[in-house]
Design a binder for this molecule. Structure first.
Ligand code: GLU
Length: 447
């Protein structure tokens, strides 16, 4: 059986030799779904396995824009429409200089199984550009977003493909994108999610990913007879995901004692709570470094310039920055510290070898495609709200989000039981996510 899986991994390796991130996620997912494929020879006979590793469609386009000095620039834009077995393609748009097809394919592939775990009718996609938003003026951002969507609008729509934000794309960018989309199509619809609440956006969407991560962490702890009460957490990053996570941890009785920014990390044993969280939001909005000013303002906080926070002892570790944040050397540090729980907030923040090392040393890993699925789940609620021309209350959203996260963990537990996986929640999530997609694909025939 392992040879068979290797065959599909090798196909990806041969086709995309220069896309290591894509290969990394394919290897992780295919290896863990082996027992399901073994039980379903029709998945191989029908070409389902060949199809699941190849995007249905990938669009690449030129994005010309002019800076404030009147100088012309050209970036590249993409949309990967990976799998629509469960519904319209759904996934964010990322603007960052390191974006290229390999990153977007990895994110879109992850998105297929993440979206499946939510139980909602959404397929998997992802898009973006190698545009660097850092240091750009508001007008430059607007012109870039307008140019980007002037090509993208041809391929998206409320029942076709529904992008949202991701790194470098927040409410402001979605607003500019939606404005231009409306001008081009004359449609005010739910094609884009993560909109402002005055524009059809969902109450609670901004904090949804972080809140979902904490609900998921709570379920993981519950599985082991523990609660969040009094627990300490170390997180990385300070975007929306980290912010929502910090806030929800505090609400549920835990506290963040260390976090990182582009300039290093902060250790604040008293806890990043209350006005400190608000201050971080302020700093982030200013586009400046996060840690140094925090340490200046709050006595007792220690700043470690240029370092990652994984050497700090805590009950929970929640990487919320970006892919491959935790490498083997950091996994070793965590194990030395007696780490027990790693809940992945960012997409694929841990390398495959680091996950294997952690699991071999009894660290429970809550995989990102489950833990951070609350964001996209709430995007789907936004699509639903727009399609019905109504507005859900924040309380409604929080309650639905909590139910979705509880259900995701339940599916993982069931898969772990069914396939004797013990507490390998990484494999359980891949299996539960894959099973739903595979059934839908079989139903639709060879397309
Ligand atoms: N970018 C987010 C993710 O990685 C959200 C995607 C969405 O809301 O469509 O899941």
């Amino acid at each position: 059986m392992a040879n068979l899986t290797q065959k599909y991994i090798d196909i990806v390796k041969d086709r995309y030799p220069n896309e290591p991130e894509f290969l990394q996620t394919v290897e992780e997912v295919l290896t863990s779904i082996e027992p399901v494929v073994e039980a379903h020879p029709e998945y191989i006979e029908s070409g389902l396995m060949d199809r699941i590793i190849e995007p249905e469609r990938m669009i690449q386009f030129r994005v010309p824009w002019m800076d404030d000095e009147g100088k012309a620039h050209v970036n590249r834009g993409w949309r990967v429409q990976f799998n629509s077995a469960l519904g319209p393609y759904k996934g964010g748009i990322r603007f960052a200089p390191n974006v290229y097809p390999g990153i977007l394919k990895f994110l879109a592939f992850e998105q297929i199984f993440k979206n499946s775990l939510t139980g909602l009718p959404i397929g998997g996609g992802k898009g973006g550009s190698d545009f660097d938003p850092n240091g750009k003026s508001n007008n430059e951002i607007m012109r870039f977003c307008q140019s980007f969507v002037t090509e993208l609008y041809k391929y998206v729509g409320p029942n076709e493909d529904d992008p949202a934000g991701d790194m470098g794309v927040g409410g402001r960018e979605i607003g500019y994108i939606m404005g231009q989309y409306k001008r081009l199509t004359n449609q005010y619809d739910g094609t884009f999610s993560g909109k402002g609440t005055e524009n059809g956006g969902l109450y609670g969407r901004t904090e949804a990913t972080g809140y979902g991560i904490v609900f998921f962490a709570r379920e993981v702890l519950k599985h082991f007879g523990e609660t969040l009460d009094g627990k300490t957490a170390v997180i990385s990053g300070f975007g929306n995901v980290a912010w929502g996570t910090t806030q929800k941890l505090e609400q549920l009785g835990a506290k963040v004692i260390a976090f990182s920014g582009p300039d290093g990390y902060i250790l604040d044993e008293a806890g990043v709570t209350g006005e400190k969280v608000d201050y971080l939001l302020e700093l982030r909005a200013s586009g400046k470094n996060i840690c140094a000013p925090y340490a200046e303002k709050f006595a007792g906080a220690k700043f470690f310039p240029g370092e990652k926070p994984w050497g700090v002892k805590a009950d929970l570790y929640i990487p919320c920055a970006m892919q491959n944040d935790i490498q083997l050397e950091h996994a070793k540090q965590l194990v030395e510290n007696g780490a027990r729980y790693l809940i992945e907030g960012a997409n694929m923040p841990t390398t495959n070898e680091a996950i294997q090392y952690l699991q071999a040393h009894n660290v429970v890993v809550g995989p990102s495609k489950a833990a951070n699925a609350g964001g996209v789940a709430c995007s789907c609620l936004e699509m639903s709200q727009n399609a019905q021309h109504i507005v859900f209350s924040a309380e409604d959203v929080y309650a639905k989000l909590e139910g979705i996260m509880v259900n995701i963990f339940k599916q993982i537990e069931d898969a772990c039981d069914q396939y004797n996986l013990g507490e390998n929640f990484v494999a359980g999530a891949n299996i539960a996510g894959f099973e739903r997609v595979a059934k839908a694909m079989m139903w639709q025939g060879l397309v």
